[in-house]
Design a protein around this ligand. Structure first.
Ligand SMILES: *[C@@H]1O[C@H](CO)[C@@H](O)[C@H](O)[C@H]1NC(C)=O
Ligand SMILES: *[C@@H]1O[C@H](CO)[C@@H](O)[C@H](O)[C@H]1NC(C)=O
Ligand SMILES: *[C@@H]1O[C@H](CO)[C@@H](O)[C@H](O)[C@H]1NC(C)=O
Ligand SMILES: *[C@@H]1O[C@H](CO)[C@@H](O)[C@H](O)[C@H]1NC(C)=O
Ligand SMILES: [Cu+2]
Length: 637
């Protein structure tokens, strides 16, 4: 593959084109296969019966509305049979339920009611949970709680324009913010290969991970340096914290069970992304052999990114100020109630910033008006209990810092080991960055530590910086790294092995892409699939070889009324930063907005660099800016 990547025009190096297929046979058997499509006549190169696994989900709603048992439960909740068209269900995989095992393909139906077609159903959750057998195409069981919670009688609160108008209307004090790029964009694409500000990478997309970035390199003053072989969001799990049966089943693996690609939105100009936007479509094979296309699945655009660097000298009023911009490659997927906007942000200084914004609607459950939702949930609206949960994402990084052989060091900033008053630390102020080489998969199971500003650096030990004498590296900086709250030995702990630690490192293997396993629905976690099974006893060396770093990060969400009825976007961000990689600041050649040297200040000599943005205006002046404004740049005397 590396040979082909280096010379993509050499057809003899092109890898064979292989389709990875999953077959579900009537009756429930599942086969994994590989079909080589390179030759005119395709050939099956692998065909394997898989025992007790269930592939990714596709779902149903209509069955619930006609099932007599469900109709009866609705009646008990206060919904007459003639209103069954107002009943909705979110089909989830069953997760795992020991009563039903893994052999039968099952879904759990999270039930809701819409009094009016434009009213959001998540404010009217129903208290029972039908179980659907995909093979029989029928409801085979209904989980009914001991405490019944009839349909809420609360007035709806909605986010639709009609509802907002009725509640007093939209605010009117917003002036337009227009983004203009009069000369177009600064990136270019050849097919799906993007070039921008020394960066070059390929933008792929698949049913499961959504955006996948490959062959990421940076042109460092004429030398094209590889940085990452592949970057993707590889899995996530959303465990809910209510101990009552059957809520333990609520722990969605949105990628492995449903697919961040399958669930991705078709984006639209001027709202999901603003400015000059380029879109890429996503294609999937459909069940009938045709192609399903999601138009505008990926948007690419540039944004102003504030100040890249600035310095003014206090003694002579010389100043330089340079503005930054960033490139965003984005997709947004909708996992039933929730939306996840996944942004891959590239910076001019060599930083890559994966960022996820969480919005959409809370998963909700019924609550009686005299009932306390705590401590496992919050009453976010009358009749609505939003359970505590975590959103834990797993980033997969296959680094290629100056070549495929890399090593991960864990870096902690710690005080000197020597006591105050000792010769080596007499004043007690000494501290340093302590590096722990994660040279085996066992040693690499590591957790976050905010107190030591813990980071993990991916280094090439053979590529030593001329000044610092340290190896070229990309450092993972991630500060929202809660531990997995479901306890060791719990169902979630067993099924989501990747979430037990903030970082795992494995030696690269072709088939190790999905950290909760290839087929996630209905895994029991016995044994734990994916990362724990690959790591095994952990003795494999992860030093100076082709490695994969798996990083689990995210947030713990204790819901609040402000999250309802739709949640304002909450960002989680992390950085992959070059350290000891570039000779020095790699953005000195980005043109400044304004630069004046001490001699220019003193002598008013020629050559002051002035590229001040002429579109910028004083906020409260009448149009022009002839007043005291060279804005942010000049020295305001
Ligand atoms: C991979 O990246 C290198 C360096 O940017 C580039 O020369 C090459 O064409 C890329 N290969 C493919 C297949 O995109
Ligand atoms: C800015 O955008 C608004 C719409 O949001 C439009 O009405 C207006 O004409 C635009 N102004 C300029 C100067 O382009
Ligand atoms: C990477 O290391 C392997 C041994 O793990 C070695 O065989 C290979 O030649 C090295 N590759 C490069 C490009 O240094
Ligand atoms: C703009 O100019 C007009 C006319 O000179 C004046 O009446 C008005 O107050 C000014 N507005 C601002 C915001 O300065
Ligand atoms: Cu949440």
């Amino acid at each position: 593959m590396l040979a082909f990547l280096a010379s993509p025009s050499d057809e003899s190096l092109r890898p064979r084109r292989v389709a990875d297929i999953v077959v579900i046979v009537k009756g429930g058997s599942v086969y994994d296969g590989l079909v080589d499509l390179t030759d005119k006549t395709p050939s099956i190169t692998k065909w394997e019966l898989m025992d007790g696994v269930q592939p990714i989900l596709q779902a149903v709603e209509h069955v619930c509305r006609t099932d007599p048992g469900v109709i009866e439960q609705c009646r008990l909740s206060g919904i007459p049979p003639e209103d069954m068209h107002k009943v909705y269900c979110d089909p989830w995989t069953i997760g795992y339920d020991e009563r039903h095992g893994s052999k039968v393909r099952l879904q759990q139906a999270l039930m809701y009611y819409r009094p009016d077609v434009d009213t959001c159903q998540y404010q009217y959750p129903l208290d029972f949970c039908p179980i659907y057998d995909a093979d029989k195409e029928a409801i085979v069981a209904i989980d009914i709680p001991k405490t019944r919670r009839p349909l809420s009688k609360a007035q709806p609160i909605d986010y639709t324009p009609k509802a907002v108008e009725a509640a007093g209307g939209y605010r009117t004090n917003l002036k337009p913010i227009n983004i203009t790029q009069p000369e177009g964009v600064s990136f270019s694409l050849r097919g799906r290969e993007l070039e921008w500000q020394n960066w070059k990478f390929h933008i792929g997309f698949n049913y499961r991970e959504g955006i996948v970035l490959n062959n990421i390199s940076f042109n460092d003053q004429g030398t094209v340096r590889p940085i990452f072989y592949r970057l993707s969001l590889a899995e996530m799990v959303v465990p809910y914290g209510n101990p009552e049966h059957p809520h333990q089943r609520k722990h969605a693996f949105d990628l492995g069970e449903y697919g961040a690609g399958y669930m991705t939105n078709s984006l639209s100009l001027g709202c999901d992304c603003k400015g000059s936007i380029h879109y890429l479509d996503a294609d999937f094979p459909a069940r009938d052999g045709t192609t399903r296309t999601i138009k505008n699945a990926i948007c690419i655009h540039e944004e102003d990114a504030g100040i890249l660097f600035k310095h003014s000298d206090f003694r002579d009023d010389s100043v330089i100020v340079t503005r930054a911009r960033r490139l965003v490659v984005q997709q947004i997927f909708t996992a039933a109630n929730y939306e996840y906007a996944v942004q891959w942000i590239f910076h001019q200084d060599g930083t890559v910033q994966p960022e996820i914004r969480l919005t959409g609607i809370l998963n909700t459950y019924a609550l009686n008006h005299d009932e306390d939702a705590g401590p496992w949930g919050t009453c976010v609206y009358p009749g609505v209990n939003a359970h505590n949960h975590q959103h834990l994402f797993c980033l997969r990084v296959n680094p290629m810092i100056d070549g495929p052989n890399n090593t991960v060091n864990m870096v902690d900033t710690v005080p000197s080991d020597e006591p105050v008053g000792s010769p080596a630390n007499f004043y007690g102020n000494a501290f340093y960055a302590k590096k722990t080489k994660l040279d085996t998969a066992a040693k690499a199971k590591t957790d976050y530590n905010g107190a030591t500003s813990r980071t993990w650096e991916m280094v090439n030990e053979a590529s030593i910086h001329p000044y610092s004498k340290k190896p070229a590296s990309y450092k993972l900086v991630s500060r929202e790294v809660p531990g997995l709250l479901p306890k060791e030995g719990s169902l979630v702990w067993k099924r989501a092995g990747f979430a037990r630690h903030a970082v795992h490192v494995t030696k690269y293997k072709d088939d190790e892409l999905w950290p909760a396993g290839r087929h996630v629905p209905q895994t029991s976690g016995e044994p734990s699939r994916g990362l724990p099974e690959w790591i095994g006893d952990g003795s494999e060396s992860t030093a100076n070889t082709d490695i994969v770093l798996w990083h689990t990060f995210g947030l713990t969400h204790i819901p609040a009324p402000e999250d309802f009825p739709v949640m304002p976007a909450e960002p989680i961000t992390l950085l992959l930063r070059p350290r000891n990689f570039f000779r020095n600041n790699p953005v000195l050649d980005v043109p400044p907005s304004y630069a004046i040297t001490p001699s220019q200040v003193a002598g008013k000599s020629e050559g002051v660099y002035d590229a001040t943005d002429k579109m910028s205006k004083l906020a409260f002046a009448n149009g022009t800016s002839e007043t005291n404004g060279n804005g942010c740049c000049g020295s305001a005397k």
